[in-house]
Design a protein around this ligand. Sequence first.
Ligand code: UDX
Length: 432
Amino acid sequence: MKVTVIGTGYLGATHAAAMAEIGHDVLGIDIDADKVARLNQGHVPFFEPGLPELLQRHVVSGRLRFTTSFAEVGDFGDVHFVCVGTPQRAGENAADLRYVDAAIEALVGVARPGSIVVGKSTVPAGTAVKAATRVESVGAELVWNPEFLREGFAVQDTLHPDRIVMGVSADRAEKVMREVYEPIIAAGTPVIVTDFATAELVKVAANAFLATKISFINAMAEVCEATGADVTELAHALSYDERIGGKFLHAGLGFGGGCLPKDIRAFIARAEELGVDQAVMFLKEIDAINLRRRARMVDLARELCDGSLAGVRVGVLGAAFKPNSDDIRDSPALDVAVAIQRAGAAVRVYDPEAMSNARRDFPTLAYAESAVDACRDADIVLHLTEWAEFRTMAPERLGAVVRHRKIVDGRNALDAERWRAEGWLYRALGRQ
Ligand code: UDX
């Protein structure tokens, strides 16, 4: 089948390569000509494990290419996937839909009658039904097919998803979508066919649930701090109850990234418009608990530095919002680094992959070329993103370069006993 993908960010670039992998001829489009040129040479402009190999393979085979021309997209495609971003609107909680609207309008101008337009972007409920009217006006059909991929596992999640959700209004669109995903469905992936609003809500509700689970355990961390309990042991004990499970029950600095924070805020904003704000009011508390963890991290660091961060040298390990990603959107690690610097500390940051993004967006922070360099002469070390490189680091290696052996583990991911055995003062969120 001939498939196009509009937008080549984490979602679009991965989706385009995955569509080529399952046998389609794929044309990706982006407004950024530089990015398109790099993609056509087989280069992925961000860090995503496994994606460079997949993209390269299909660019070389000729099954995957990229353009900046919508006319070409219209001529080429039987099925068009809209994979553009829906960031938080500046100064508001609501989602900014300008890129989705622009993509739909551009497709309306070029799509052939009978073609299928598939929305994958995360949008507020009610977006698809409006888009459908526009798409149907040129004899094409709309499907809403949310994407659930996690950064760092984007290739795996796209090729082997937990489920495929399709919001449709016509049988033909469903039939075409089943053909598009045929190899994935044949491998046993469940397919849920539903209406537009439910399809849109599945994505938003899934992210709201995941955020709630993380904030739940982080709220318990606050209680643990007040009672002398240990949140990691609490979570471990809870996880054996199959109804609860251990995933997304990892207490620490909380969630960040380009999805969970802005998606719960957009959900609140949309619920207010719909007059059902009470139904999702709890999400405001979920957001607040999440942000309090960042403040607690700064307070804990201050506490360990005798009540003041002024003039303190701080080594920061991690800048990405989570490991295996170079994404720094709403990164708890950088938020903490900035707050610590504002409190008067001299901060040096190191991250295995997110350095150039961090340097670009936070030019006033100081950066180091390695974990050891970031921690040289440090009075305190803050572990803020749990990269394997940090989790497996020998405490004595950092111990040899720091001024004081003090570390705060913002991700509850280091082996406390090992660090303490090397003479470190080890503290973590939600534990003594
Ligand atoms: C998320 C959803 O998982 C995905 O399904 C959706 O499509 C997009 O949003 P992503 O943003 O890539 O994916 O990251 P995810 O792995 O979900 O982690 C989100 C944040 O929560 C990270 O900052 C992570 O560090 C934090 N987290 C995750 C915790 O603090 N504790 C946990 O137990 C799990």
